[in-house]
Every structure is written in C-alpha cells, then in structure tokens.
Design a protein around this ligand. Structure first.
Ligand SMILES: Cc1cc2nc3c(=O)[nH]c(=O)nc-3n(C[C@H](O)[C@H](O)[C@H](O)COP(=O)(O)O)c2cc1C
Length: 196
C-alpha cells in the first residue's frame, strides 16, 4: 500500500490498494432466476447487478460465460432480478456456490417459482422485490458478459406497498461488498428531506 501525500505535504488518512478492484458497494446480492422451454428453471446469485437507465427502466447483470445460467439467459433473453432480505443470506450463498448443472436449486432450497409475465423466467416468491427483465443488449467485457435488460414488470410483497402503490416500508436488504455480506437498513429519510 502507498500513502498518498498531497502537494502541501500533509499525509492523508487514505491508503491506496495494491491493485484496482471492483470494491464498490454494498451492492445487492441478487438472486437472478431464469428458465428455458421444457421446464428447466435456475437461480444464480449475482452481485454484479446495477441500475443503468431510468426511461426506459433498465438494469444490468454481469455473468461469467462458464455459469450454467449464462447459457439459459443468452438463449431466452429473459431474467428476473429477485432481491432478498438479509435473513435470506444462507439461500443467497447456497445459490451462489452450487451450479444448476447439478442441482435443482428451487427444489433443493425450498424456493417457489411463480410465473409472471415472462415466458420462461419465473419469479422467486420468497424474495420481496422482483424485477422482470428482457435482454436488449449484451456486451462481453472480459471475464463477464453484461446483459442489459429492460425492466418490464416490478413486483413487491404486499406488506411493503403504501397506499399509492409504491414502496412504503423496507425490510433489511441483503448487501455485498468485498467478499462480505451486509444488512442494508433504511434510515427512514426520503430524498429531499434536507430541504424541508
Ligand atoms: C455473493 C455472490 C455473488 C456472486 N456474483 C456473481 C456475479 O456477479 N457474476 C457471476 O458470474 N457469478 C457470481 N457469483 C457466482 C455464481 O453465483 C455461482 O458460480 C453459481 O454457482 C453459478 O450458478 P449456475 O452455474 O447455476 O448458473 C456470485 C456468488 C456469490 C455467492
């Protein structure tokens, strides 16, 4: 590690890491579900998930081509981003350490697949927030291929909805940063609260 010393000569409290990494977060540790004709369904845990556009609403996921889910999503052009709560960390870790090549993760981890509006990719009922996405573009970046998906429908557990059909309550969400899991809580402050 190198200490950064600015021109004035005062040592900052910052230290530079030995190499650049994707140490950005906490990001959601999402359970991404997919499926193909014939009934096969799968789940992959992904931390490389992001919001990339507002209108139309779009999200990205990045997957190594060696993953079983990669082939399914490439073939069908559909995926669902299911956001788990912190108390679902065990299932997120399990879905991210075994492959659908060998295991039916829905059955093995007692998860319920429900059909939304996509033809092949089911929602995971146990996750309170689900975004159905259709692939619009893919970019092979290096280790991972990024799928840019247009969010076609969003589902939220009823107890989290407010009277205006929007998210009104927050559980502790599952986050991920630097190889560690986090519990991400709401501060109960809304955007613009500082202006009031
Ligand atoms: C917390 C966590 C985050 C992960 N993030 C990613 C990711 O962003 N991209 C990826 O390709 N694999 C990621 N993985 C690894 C896959 O989830 C793992 O290899 C999985 O077993 C692949 O499943 P599949 O072969 O059924 O598709 C992650 C695993 C964990 C536990």
């Amino acid at each position: 590690m190198t200490t950064i010393t600015p021109k004035g000569g005062i040592a900052l409290s910052k230290r530079k890491l030995s190499s650049p990494t994707t140490l950005l977060g906490p990001v959601p540790s999402a359970l991404v579900s997919c499926g193909r004709a014939g009934g096969e369904k799968n789940i992959i845990t992904l931390a490389w998930v992001g919001v990339v556009n507002s209108s139309p609403p779009m999200a990205s996921i990045s997957i190594r081509p060696s993953r079983h889910s990669h082939g399914i999503i490439k073939e069908t052009g559909e995926f669902v981003i299911n956001i788990p709560t912190a108390d679902q960390v065990l299932v997120a870790d399990r879905c991210g350490t075994v492959s659908g090549k060998k295991v039916d993760k829905f059955r093995q981890f007692n998860l319920t697949a429900i059909q939304g509006t996509l033809e092949h990719a089911p929602l995971i009922e146990e996750c309170p927030l689900n975004l159905e996405c259709r692939v619009r573009q893919t970019i092979l970046l290096g280790s991972h291929e990024m799928f840019l998906g247009q969010v076609e429908q969003v589902y939220l557990s009823g107890q989290l909805l407010n009277g205006r059909g929007r998210i009104g309550a927050h559980p502790e969400w599952l986050g991920y940063l630097g190889g560690q899991y986090f519990s991400v809580k709401s501060l109960g402050l809304s955007l613009g609260y500082s202006l009031k």
